[in-house]
Design a protein around this ligand. Sequence first.
Ligand code: ADP
Ligand code: ZN
Ligand code: ZN
Length: 733
Amino acid sequence: MRPSIARIALPVPLDRLFDYLIPEHCFPVIGGRVSVSFGRQTLIGIVIELATESELEKNKLKMLNEVIDVAPVWTDSLFSLLKWCSQYYHFPLGDTLSNAMPTALRKGKSADVRPQLFWSLSEQGRNKLMSGMGRAVKQAKVLTMLTSGALPHEAMTEAEISRNVLTTLEDKGWIFSENVVPEIKPWPDNIDNDSDKPRLNEEQAVAIASINSCGGFGCFLLDGVTGSGKTEVYLNAMQSVLQKKQQVLVLVPEIGLTPQTIERFRRRFNVPIEILHSGLNETERLNAWLSARDGHAGIIIGTRSALFTPFHQLGMIIVDEEHDASYKQQDNLRYHARDIAVMRANNEQIPIVLGSATPSFESIQNALSGKYFYLELTKRAGNAKPTKNHILDIKGLYLESGLSAPLIAKMREHLNAGNQVLLFLNRRGYSPALMCHECGWIAECKRCDAYYTFHQYTKELRCHHCGSQRPVIHQCQECGSTQMVTVGVGTEQLENQLTVLFPEYSTIRIDRDNTRKKGSLGSALDEIRQGKHQILIGTQMLAKGHHFPDVTLVAILDVDSALYSSDFRAAERLAQLYIQVSGRAGRASKSGEVILQTHHPEHELLSSLLKHDYRQFAMSALKERKLALLPPFSYLTLFKAESNQSDTAEMFLRQVRQTLEVNPLFDQQCSVMGPVPAPIAKKAGRFRWQLLLQVESRTAMQKLLMSSDYALTLLPLAKRVRWSIDVEPQELS
Ligand code: ADP
Ligand code: ZN
Ligand code: ZN
């Protein structure tokens, strides 16, 4: 019988499907988009099932409006993966699917390759160019560009040719435009473009051979310090995949920080490469997506969300800097892109490589237990020398905006030798608080349980939790004194102090505040490499994989805040930051130095980091996690609730706790902690509470969650609070 009902997942916060009647001449497909009326809106949804019966009476059902796709949006295996993600992370299917599509598709645009505008030279234009163009420089440039054939409009934009110039030329009849459906050209037979490759060392050769000999699924943890040649391993492993006409997905933490890596890919391979980054407009993003789906692109490089790109024939996944926290999405579908990438590789029976100089403890544990193959690169390629590392005890020392005198002296030494210095301070703004010198009153955000950060450049107080801002307060609101002083040091203040201490050198600050503008991060990084600045200040942002060959001194200014954090992952993160920044110092022929400023030089973590390498540190930290039954030796789920009334949020989580505890699947493997107020107990005017579930096995946790899911949505307060489930959270706040 012809199905008369379509069960549709819609982007609404209700975790259920909706039945619609199929009109006479319409043929929806499972996994394809349809548009429907929902209340007063028109929504785009995905068909999940086709049926002949509905639980609702047929005369209560609405007709769907329109069938948009004649083919499914995703491949079968990717579609299953998305459905699985929705269940695993307890996020509604309709929203999950909607978020996994490029915006253009979410809005209902066609999923066919769209014609592109091409410019060509006319006969007349060719003659004109021959006879000379006089002073019309831009016009001549366009004609010259087109002499060897038609070019897409983007090429003109890239060459900074304005629409005006093109229209003028078109009006004169010298050039003409056409809409052309981009042709999918087969890749050249020889996809390898680079004859000048380094000779692989033995460890690299072993790694590549292992990856390439893996028929089907295999997960490889590639553990190698910065500069040990991991990228070279990726390139070689990719080559054999591309040679088989299969595609490669490369995930990176942040595109802006990897321009040289991308450049290396382009130089090496003769296949189209698409970069999925936040600067793409809707059409560009859709085209990149289609290019992967239709098998045009050989390599897709992107951040977290690129994981859900469909491929014509995916042959390998690479996750660079696999330990990076940005792979975990912090809202909506709270997925971990690395974990789901492993899942995807398994489903599609292809190899996946996880690379890092500082692998996550989860991945190390998976390698130890034999789930992942462990590949190690121990030597820095080329002739880089190991760094000299020290702990600088700053107890009792006078600090100038966070800098101790011995550190300032060290900086002078390195700067005078013509090198660059990199300082890490993981705190934006001028100072993290503004205080009255007479009575101690501190300016506090009214909507949050947090102090305002003072930003000197914009002359305002900003709350880093809710984003609210206000003009600087010059007078105490408690006692009326005008003696307001700053407390603590942020990157802006450090920058100020450095220009006073080192007026002869140029200082540049790189944090989220001054790299918001598109392209500004890239140009800052370029300036650093060109040597325009000698002193670099950065937050965590600057620790990620990129190379400054002239930096010979790196200092981490505020080690103590990580040593005494309430988050059990803080030590792992500090160790990762430390190893990552050590890897930045003293590449090429210059030897480097790393300094850790601390009040606690005796702290075990610091001495073990200095004495041993990351792996030994990880092994001893893993032992501690095992004793404490913390991840990866148990699995966590964080329930969060917020409300205008503190009691309501707390009460709701009490009900959640009860629901879990009365579930027959809740056994001695499981424990719940809380509800407790969240670390920031009030944010943007709402009170926040949380509840932590800890279970010894992942399967047991999932079963418990699955079977409690429905009961949770029925809780009396579930509709009165804003709540979420974070499965395997990375941040406990
Ligand atoms: P990673 O990705 O681990 O930081 P890269 O692959 O970028 O390391 O290698 C660091 C530098 O060493 C690069 O300039 C690269 O071209 C070079 N390199 C890599 N492997 C070798 C090798 N076997 N011999 C010589 N140079 C190499
Ligand atoms: Zn006061
Ligand atoms: Zn606030």
